[in-house]
Design a protein around this ligand. Structure first.
Ligand code: NAD
Ligand code: MG
Length: 400
């Protein structure tokens, strides 16, 4: 079996281990001999968490749902597994900030991941950030928390990881000196499953169709976000905060093959791009081992087999959610948090069959237009904006 060795022994907490990123992280961890699993967490998925605990024997397993936690504890006891079960949201923060943990994979989906992600940053962990919503909501608050507490924040999102790989390496991970001669960065986007679907069919798109991504296999929320291109809107905001860039320095280009994961344009005219097969094990392995490299089982890129790499401008009328994200990145303040919260509610209503696909963008736009944006000077102001946006979104959804 392929076995990597990190240049120092390390232990990791994986927040959201039962999800798509969580499972890919364990697939990478399985091939690292000196990476121990400190804690695995999930919302309520006992079956998957149980089998992960039996294989990796973490010190702790956390479930948010208490009934699921009882079921897991019972099953672990009868299997003779010594993993301790903890329950509730506070336990997520505990396993993200425990002094025995070196790195934290933040792979909970949505605002639910914010508190443990922030806890990891504040306690100086290497923070592997997949949970883009946490950064979109809090921006500089999360970036400053990481910087001030010696937490190395490394981007898992494939586009941001690509940019990070195309920038010069500095000891602190992401740093202002990295972007000195950068003119702009270009985020690539696959365009999702509805790149060429006639617009008049958007109203009847089903959750199953929206979740069937042509290139990536992911959790349901990010799959819908990819279909509306809200995902690229969130990533646009994420890129501005991560790399300290203005909205004018970020562009989006459609690249359906998802082979070039993003590009950096330098002031001398050079453009650096990172390429790989679309497989999240690549950025995950990069961030776990950084600045070292390790070996993964991701399929090797074969450009001769791929034959063509296509590019086109994004259509901002078709993908209104992308332009909302660009707008929020320009406005800043609580605008990104308002947009994120509205989108979490509209996507959840769409997945539950209570909202049509084309209305997701309308709800998001209406919430942004109706709630005034404020300076995002504290976490309390952001949380308040988040809850106002959610209640307005829900009343708009319920009132048809
Ligand atoms: P997923 O739905 O497959 O998994 C989500 C995980 O979070 C699960 O383990 C679930 O138990 C846990 N979770 C959900 N709600 C929770 C709650 N309220 N409290 C505690 N835990 C909760 O999602 P995913 O596709 O793995 O995505 C996770 C994050 O990574 C998202 O923010 C997504 O945008 C980002 N991301 C994913 C991919 C990808 O390829 N899947 C790529 C880039 C970024
Ligand atoms: Mg991405």
């Amino acid at each position: 079996m392929l076995l990597n060795t990190l240049d120092r022994d390390a232990s990791i907490t994986i927040l959201g281990s039962t999800g798509s990123i969580g499972e890919s992280t364990l697939a990478v961890a399985r091939h690292i001999e000196n990476l121990s699993i400190f804690a695995l967490t999930a919302k309520s998925n006992v079956t998957t968490l149980l089998s992960q605990c039996l294989e990796f024997t973490p010190r702790y397993a956390v479930l948010v749902d208490s009934q699921s936690a009882n079921t897991l504890a019972e099953a672990l006891r009868s299997a003779g597994c010594e993993t301790k079960v903890l329950v509730g949201r506070e336990a997520l923060e505990e396993v993200a900030s425990d002094s025995q943990v070196d790195m934290v994979m933040a792979a909970i989906v949505g605002a639910a991941g914010l508190a443990p992600t922030l806890a990891a940053a504040k306690s100086g962990k290497r923070l592997l950030l997949a949970n883009k919503e946490a950064l979109v909501m809090t921006g500089d608050i999360l970036m400053d928390a990481a910087r001030q507490n010696g937490s190395t924040l490394l981007p898992i999102d494939s586009e941001h990881n690509a940019i990070f790989q195309c920038l010069p390496t500095v000891a602190e991970g992401i740093g202002a000196s990295q972007v000195k001669f950068v003119d702009k960065i270009v985020l690539t986007a696959s365009g999702g499953p509805f790149l060429d679907t006639p617009l008049d069919q958007f109203a009847v798109i089903t959750p199953a169709q929206a979740c069937a991504h042509p290139v990536w296999s992911m959790g349901s929320k990010i799959s819908v976000d990819s279909a509306t291109m809200m995902n690229k809107g969130l990533e646009f905001i994420e890129a501005c905060f991560l790399f300290g860039l203005s909205a004018d320095q970020v562009e989006v280009i459609i690249h359906p093959q998802s082979i070039i994961h993003s590009m950096v344009h330098y002031s001398d005219g050079s453009v650096l791009a990172q390429m790989a097969s679309p497989d999240m094990r690549v950025p995950i392995a990069h961030c776990i081992a950084w600045p070292q490299r390790i070996t993964t089982e991701a399929p090797r890129l074969n450009l001769a087999a791929a034959k063509t790499l296509e590019f086109r401008e994004p259509d901002l009328v078709r993908f209104r959610c992308l332009s909302l994200g660009m707008e929020a990145a320009r406005v800043r303040g609580t605008a990104p948090a308002l947009l994120n919260a509205a989108n979490e509610e509209s996507v959840s209503a769409f997945l539950a069959g209570r909202l049509s696909f084309n209305r997701i963008a309308e709800i998001n736009a209406d919430v942004m237009a109706q709630i005034p944006c404020e300076p995002a000077v504290s976490l309390a102001i952001i949380i308040e904006a988040d809850s106002r946006a959610r209640s307005l979104a829900n009343s708009l959804i319920n009132n048809g």
